[in-house]
Write a protein that binds this ligand. Structure first.
Ligand code: ADP
Length: 304
């Protein structure tokens, strides 16, 4: 459940053009983007049945995204079509390092938690929720988590945060209610109000739950039942870091859903993250299960 948009990846030019400037770039690529959409694509490629729930515009970009979903067998029947907003577009400059974005949320603005069809969503076995915004929507988000749990599904959640986001201690309550709680290093530091990741992890471990923190080129760490497990990243040349976290989530949660142990799930997550950063586009680098296994065979022993 969450965002979907078009990602335009600008290759070979690192800045947003100045007023009055026309810039010719080496290459500009169009891909499906948005955290929940990239997660869905990567998970579907691994062979699980996926239904995406989000809002698209009634336009050619929306059709392009639907076609991409269909190509990977993703169920699009829960997608709503906006009558007022176009499909969102995000332009990413400098995709391999410190990216800059120009983003239009578009139809994603209409994804309202209160309008989610929980009966339909709970037909699945596992629900991955995105879009938590701290104090802003905490009560509503937690209520939906509780209702879905009561309907018998397992739940994971990846929180977002940007500079405008307000710190909110309620996040610890949410962590206890979902089966797997995922975040990146910046989000972990923000939500625990710590400066060092070790302190942040220690605080979260005290609160319990099954928490996974993605550490970029340092791999990832998971805490479950008071046990902390680390797994280093795989060594790859990063060309586009867009979607690394969402691809990681697909690998990790594939492991969780299949009943793998934490160590193996981290390995799957790091492999999907590394495959994602090794190619332009948020999920174009990730592969099916055979491709993932082949990647692991090539890279085991070459972790960074
Ligand atoms: P997010 O994209 O959410 O900010 P990260 O940057 O931590 O998350 O990346 C998610 C995962 O992708 C990491 O945990 C790691 O597995 C993988 N990853 C990210 N950057 C690299 C890299 N340079 N080399 C190898 N793997 C990477």
């Amino acid at each position: 459940v969450g965002d979907v948009n078009i990602d335009l990846v600008v290759v070979g030019y690192s800045q947003v053009p100045q007023p009055g400037q026309e810039v010719f770039v080496d290459n500009m690529m169009m891909h499906v983007g948005g955290g929940a959409a990239l997660f869905s694509l990567s998970l579907a490629k691994l062979g699980l049945g996926v239904a995406f729930n989000g809002v698209l515009g009634d336009d050619s970009n929306g059709s392009f995204i639907r076609e991409q979903f269909a190509q990977y067998g993703i169920d699009t029947s829960l997608i709503q079509t906006s009558k007022t907003h176009q499909t969102g577009i995000s332009i990413a400059f400098n995709p391999d390092t410190d990216r800059s974005f120009l983003s239009y949320m578009g139809s994603n603005q209409e994804l309202a938690l209160e309008r989610l069809d929980l009966e339909q969503i709970a037909q699945g076995r596992h629900v991955h929720l995105t879009g938590y915004r701290g104090r802003d929507n905490h009560d509503q988000f937690l209520a939906i988590v509780k209702q879905l749990k009561e309907k018998g599904v397992t739940l994971s959640c990846d929180v977002g945060w940007d500079d405008s986001g307000e710190w909110y201690e309620g996040i610890f309550e949410l962590m206890r209610h979902v089966d797997v709680f995922l975040m990146n290093e910046t989000e972990a530091l923000h939500y625990t109000r710590r400066e060092r990741i070790a302190d942040s992890l220690a605080l979260m471990a005290d609160h319990g739950g099954h928490i996974v923190v993605k550490l970029g080129s340092d791999g990832a760490v998971a805490m479950k039942d008071g046990v902390m497990t680390r797994h280093p990243a795989f060594k790859v040349e990063a060309v586009d870091t867009t979607g690394a976290g969402d691809s990681f989530n697909a690998g990790y949660l594939y492991g969780f859903i299949q009943g793998f142990d934490v160590e193996t799930s981290l390995k799957f997550g790091n492999a999907c993250g590394a495959m994602s950063v090794g190619a332009y586009g948020g999920s174009t680098g990730t592969a099916d299960l055979n491709g993932l296994r082949a990647f692991l065979q090539r890279h085991e022993g070459s972790r960074s």
